[in-house]
Design a protein around this ligand. Structure first.
Ligand SMILES: [Zn+2]
Ligand SMILES: [Zn+2]
Length: 353
């Protein structure tokens, strides 16, 4: 198993059709190229995208698919040219496993927006041999060394896992727009992403308000460190806060009206939609007066992802998690759909052995 040309038989869990039912399957990881790292996976977070992909909700899934892009594990073997990692290192992989690394976007450290398209950790196409990529619901993975991040000692593997998607997706816009002391930030949606958005914004020194349709999540929001809670259906309360926010970090994962959140922004304020939600309802252009910005962002580049992991270790910013065995993944999907998780499921890959 150590020769560089050998392939690695791998235990995995994946979906074979649009039912999205996740079941055991055997896959093969490629033999190591010069710049490849073999990783024994210890933990993998469960992201909403996993569920949408497994069920072909976005219409572009090809089966079989092995989801999982919040991967943490240990380096088990190295390609001949790898110098940045050592066998035994604790490492992580997020939503991408490759990009061209040459285009102007990649050169700026924005590999996620590579002009040739980044290669997704699952359901992507390998740039060299055209094979399909498979994700972290498996006991090991092979990945280009530059796309393998280091997990700082102070971060446990189970807590590091959700940072690779939910973490960087919320950290990146907050960091890009330089949220800090004196910033007023609203976080819309309090799920896997939103709860990390609150933790990051609080850690950065911002005054943080959670936006929600009902009173239900007030206690949770405050426990996560939010300073205020605003019910979006309360017109008087919304009006009172109109024009007061520097940023609305919008993590709501379904189609919705973004207009009320634009009202909340001050001059030059920005509403960032994280992830993709397909078509949105129409917005009146008058709402952009005052140089208000409506924009989007997806994950973050490699360098900033490493920065985020280091910051989380330094400041003890960790996700709230529930650890499950691999065999419970279908139940976890059902519970995630019902918002019955605080706030991220993490699969303990020991259960796959
Ligand atoms: Zn994700
Ligand atoms: Zn590129």
């Amino acid at each position: 198993m150590t020769a560089a040309t050998n392939e690695y038989p791998t235990k995995a869990y994946g979906a074979s059709d649009t039912s999205g039912h996740i079941a055991p399957m055997d896959i093969t990881r490629r033999g190591l190229r010069d710049d490849d790292v073999l990783i024994d996976i210890s933990h993998c977070g469960i992201c909403h995208s996993d569920l949408h992909t497994a069920r072909n909700d976005w219409g572009r899934t090809t089966y079989p698919v092995v989801p999982g892009h919040e991967i943490v594990g240990t380096v088990a073997a190295l390609g001949d040219g790898v110098t940045r990692h050592t066998v035994g290192d604790r490492v992580a992989i997020g939503c991408m496993v490759d990009s061209c690394k040459e285009c102007s976007h990649c050169e700026q450290g924005l590999e996620q927006d590579c002009k040739q398209g980044m290669v997704g950790t699952y359901g992507g196409t390998d740039r060299h041999d055209g094979s399909k990529t498979h994700g972290g619901y498996s006991n090991r993975i092979v990945c280009r060394d530059e796309f393998v991040l280091k997990v700082p000692d102070a971060l446990s593997s189970e807590h590091a896992a959700p940072l690779l998607c939910a973490g960087i997706t919320t950290f990146w816009p907050l960091n890009t727009w330089k949220v800090g002391k004196g910033s007023k930030v609203a976080v819309a949606g309090l799920g896997g992403l939103g709860h990390m958005g609150v933790k990051f914004a609080v850690a950065m020194g911002a005054e943080v308000t959670v936006l929600s349709r009902s009173e239900d999540k007030r206690c949770d929001a405050m426990e996560l460190g939010a300073h205020d809670f605003l019910i979006t259906t309360d017109k008087a309360a919304m009006k009172a806060q109109s024009g007061t926010f520097d940023m609305v970090l919008n993590t709501i994962p379904v189609r919705h009206n973004v207009t009320p959140y634009l009202h909340l922004l001050k001059i030059d304020g920005v509403q960032v939609l994280v992830g993709m939600i397909d078509m949105m309802p129409e917005v009146h252009t008058g709402l952009f007066l005052g140089r208000k910005i409506l924009t989007g962002s997806g994950i973050g580049g490699l360098e900033e992802t490493q920065q985020m992991l280091d910051l989380c270790a330094e400041k003890n910013i960790v996700p709230e998690i529930e650890i499950i065995p691999m065999q419970d993944v279908n139940t976890a999907y059902d519970r995630m759909e019902a918002s019955d998780v605080k706030y991220r499921f993490v699969i303990d890959m020991e259960s796959l052995q």
